[in-house]
Design a protein around this ligand. Sequence first.
Ligand code: ADP
Ligand code: MG
Length: 484
Amino acid sequence: MNSLEKHLHEKFKYQSFRFPQKEIIEKTIARESLLALMPTGAGKSLTYQFAATLCQGNEMVLVVSPLIALMQDQTKNALAYGIEATFINSSLSAEQKESRMRQIGEGKYTLVFVAPERFRKPEFWNCLAARRVKLFVVDEAHCISLWGHDFRPDYSKLEGYRSRLGSPPLLALTATATPDVQGDIAKQFGLNLASDLILGGLERPNLSLRVLETYGDSEKNEKLLELILAHANESGIIYFSLIQTLEAAARFLYKNKVHFQKYHGDLPPDQRRRNQNDFISGKVPWILATPAFGLGIDKSNIRAVIHYEIPASIEAYYQEVGRAGRDGLPATGYFLYDEDDLTIQMQFLNWAYPEPEFIEKVYDLIASRADVVSQGGFEYLREQMVFKNKKDFRVNAAVSILTRWGCLEETVTPFGFKAVLAPTPENFKLEDQNVLKKEHQKKLLSLLRYIQNNKECRLQQVYFYFGLKKKEDCGACDVCVSLK
Ligand code: ADP
Ligand code: MG
């Protein structure tokens, strides 16, 4: 047995590598930087966990990840392999952060997870001073690109941070990057795609993708119930764009005695976590969720992902549907499409990119009326900012933009955020809402073309979008089945 396999077996108890884990690990051991694309659930984490088990002396692996909600699970997974792992983010108390950073400085921990905003803190740099970063991992690397579907302005500073750390080898990981986005990642990190790109194949041949046209809410609900019943004793996720729609469907399913949990931003964080755990452990078979649910969720036997409303892009869709069938067994993605849903996405898109003045005003309210806002939360802000339209989400969008910029931090009030830093002209320049909006419109259009194209295999359409080579038709999607 090759020594890498031996190490895999001893430390991780796996029989063999999944493609292309070994190729990635070999490159990182050779101290080469790379971008690796691997589908959701394919095992990206193992590639940096492996590196962490090879650390010697004061070496450590630093993982930058956009979502603090995931870090705890990622840390737990690594700890289970005996890796000394930890995370530092705003969910910790000041004392916890301080003590973890002190320990990092003292040489403890070989695997550390942080959000990109962490590098803004001098204390963090101080604790890194005594350590050698052996591998600089950028998880969800598509977040660096304006053309990615989940842009994070702080990601564009990562290359600068890496060079400040003495330019350790880079491992950029993502499950979804169109050729445009790959090019952008390469450019920003100084990679050469000809030699530094490993394509793990985004192919998911065990997924059958189906678009089901429906007319009106009651027909959609009936269809939903039918699908749930067809998957009796199995597990699935139902995705929504709007909390409102999610709650309405929840009432319908409740009446029909479906056993489920909910996951969305209006639920308190501990409740969200409990609901998520109930689903992961198998205690409840179904979960109704907004897109925030599932990034990095590790549950292999999800048999169905149902889209009740249309997602924002093919990237988002494929990530979400990709949570089904991680065990490699057949799984189905059902896309319930009603023409009217498009209007919702269009409107959503209009609200999602508020003007600079609007963002500034929201910040000022949160900063200057901290007491009222901390109790009254979004409700209060909406009253102050928006007069007519109840469906206007600009306040929510502004809060999430300000959080992304580090202007707000999460905290434990009913509102959940506090003001820490006023937005700067640089923030507005780095993230021009109008540019983002145009990109988003293009992506929505691509998704619409996908929905309407009932001549080509669904999987082939997705593969084409991501620039993958043509494969055999899947034989199982609605198009393949109808052409048989
Ligand atoms: P992602 O690529 O989405 O980040 P994860 O790293 O979370 O995926 O891995 C998904 C699952 O695959 C985990 O449960 C992990 O234990 C499992 N896994 C990873 N590598 C292997 C392997 N070589 N053999 C078997 N299971 C593996
Ligand atoms: Mg992952």
